[in-house]
Design a protein around this ligand. Structure first.
Ligand SMILES: [Zn+2]
Length: 89
């Protein structure tokens, strides 16, 4: 995902803008892995293989999200890993 996308992305739940981005791996302007965080509703959205997965709660894959959090629990901020929605560790 190109970082410039952050200039237009809003939270799919509450339409909040701007959102926060946490880069886990990136090259120049492109984020390969990371997380997008909505400070209004505390939801996080994974960025996996350059794709931001911004789905409403009912369409999210909980197992996949938990695996993502476990993988990056030491790198992502506590507000995502321990307190993020719709689920956290
Ligand atoms: Zn939100």
């Amino acid at each position: 995902m190109n970082k410039k996308m952050m200039e237009i992305l809003a939270c799919p739940i509450d339409k909040h803008f701007p959102l926060e981005i946490f880069e886990l791996s990136s090259k120049e302007e492109v984020v390969s892995d990371g997380a997008i965080f909505c400070p209004k509703c505390s939801r996080f959205y994974p960025i996996v293989e350059e794709i931001p997965i911004m789905l409403p709660d009912e369409l999210r894959d909980k197992d996949q999200d938990i695996e993502f959090l476990k993988k990056y629990k030491n790198t992502l901020p506590r507000k995502i890993v321990s307190e993020g929605l719709p689920w956290h560790l």
